[in-house]
Design a protein around this ligand. Structure first.
Ligand SMILES: NC(=O)c1ccc[n+]([C@@H]2O[C@H](COP(=O)([O-])OP(=O)(O)OC[C@H]3O[C@@H](n4cnc5c(N)ncnc54)[C@H](OP(=O)(O)O)[C@@H]3O)[C@@H](O)[C@H]2O)c1
Length: 329
């Protein structure tokens, strides 16, 4: 749940001086989603350029059209995170844009949730590929451009669903789908998102002044669960998640989501604005943010497997192997 009721644009107004003149690249900005609400929210604060990345150009164009009313420059980037080859091609395009000398903020927002088993073109669980491996590769491939910024920031959108699974080092691909569980897979990918923020902060914080945060937007009405039956009379897709929560002893497994009202994408995106532009939060490099503050492991859902530097480094090494490239900073 997002306990801060401010909208992204309300928050953006307070950070206007930080947003003004910045170049911001955001993935997954289809209309109706949190990423779109983020870019629309900050557009009024005069960023120099908003780069909108996504797999469906027609949808991204709709968001671009909505931004154009503000007069802010927009550029569209085709990016399909499921395929490492496609990620490489998109990163090459960004790196070849001579008129975009630097990227100040990268928001890795795009994700799928609890989709049926599918193999990515390179043979990985598609949720792992889209939600984590693609963003890992993309971020590292455009890092040269990010490091041209005096104080670059990377936001990685995660979820309290990280509670559902640690990173499964011995079986991240669910025995090639044989033991696939769509909620464990989503949980694993969201844990990976948090670990990636820790690694980026540790590897690039001191020497390169880069900040990285994982952010949880709360329960938000968006397109993410449109393929699932979660609420109402038929909640058949909720049951396997509830079962994991009960097995793990998570209170939500009994309390359910019934009492939690989803917020709008405009409110969900407030924590993106906070992570990307708040000057004070930079002191908490690598942290997990929610409700426009640093998460409190005593009070919030924060699992130790998603905040461990050891797990983060193990994952970084494995990810290098899976994408076939080392990234040393
Ligand atoms: N909604 C919630 O309650 C909630 C809670 C916690 C965390 N989150 C996180 O918030 C973030 C945004 O989700 P949302 O709720 O705004 O969902 P959404 O409306 O479904 O937006 C997800 C975006 O990701 C894009 N995407 C999916 N697969 C992609 C791929 N292969 N390559 C490139 N882009 C791809 C989608 O593009 P298409 O439109 O083309 O499918 C869409 O633009 C996600 O990281 C999610 O895990 C959401």
């Amino acid at each position: 749940m997002n306990k801060d009721p401010r909208t992204a644009s309300e928050l953006a107004a307070t950070y206007e001086s930080q947003i003004k003149g910045k170049i911001v690249l955001t993935t997954g900005v289809s209309p109706g989603g949190i990423g779109a609400a983020f870019v629309l929210g900050i557009a009024q604060s005069q960023p120099a350029l908003l780069i909108l990345a996504g797999r469906n150009l027609a949808k991204i164009q709709q968001t671009a059209d909505a931004i154009s009313a503000t007069g802010v420059k927009v550029r569209i980037l085709e990016l399909d995170l499921v395929s490492l080859a496609s990620v490489r091609a998109s990163a090459e395009k960004v790196n070849a844009w001579d008129d975009v000398p630097q990227i100040d903020v990268l928001v890795n927002n795009a994700s799928v949730m609890a989709v049926d088993w599918a193999r990515s073109p390179e043979g990985y669980d598609s949720q792992l590929a889209i939600n984590y491996l693609g963003p890992f590769l993309f971020t590292n491939l455009i890092m040269g451009k990010m490091l041209k910024s005096p104080a670059p920031r990377v936001i990685i959108v995660t979820s309290d669903a990280h509670r559902l699974s640690p990173f499964r080092f011995d079986d991240y691909n669910f025995r090639d789908g044989e033991y696939y569980h769509k909620w464990l897979s989503y949980g694993q990918s969201k844990t990976a998102n948090m670990l990636m923020a820790i690694s980026l902060a540790e590897k690039l914080g001191q020497r390169h002044k880069l900040s990285a945060f994982s952010v949880h937007p709360g329960l938000v009405q968006s397109n993410l669960s449109s393929h699932l039956k979660l609420f109402g009379e038929d909640d058949s897709d909720m049951i396997p998640m509830r079962d994991i929560d009960r097995v793990m002893g998570n209170g939500i497994g009994w309390a359910g989501f019934g009492a939690v009202l989803p917020c709008t994408p405009e409110v969900g995106a407030n924590v993106y604005v906070y992570g990307a532009f708040d000057p004070e939060v930079a002191a908490h490099n690598g942290c997990y943010l929610l409700s426009c503050r640093v998460a409190d492991p005593w009070k919030d859902t924060v699992r130790p497997w998603a905040t461990s530097s050891v797990e983060a480094e193990r994952l970084w090494k494995l990810s290098e192997k899976l994408v076939g490239q080392e990234f040393v900073y």
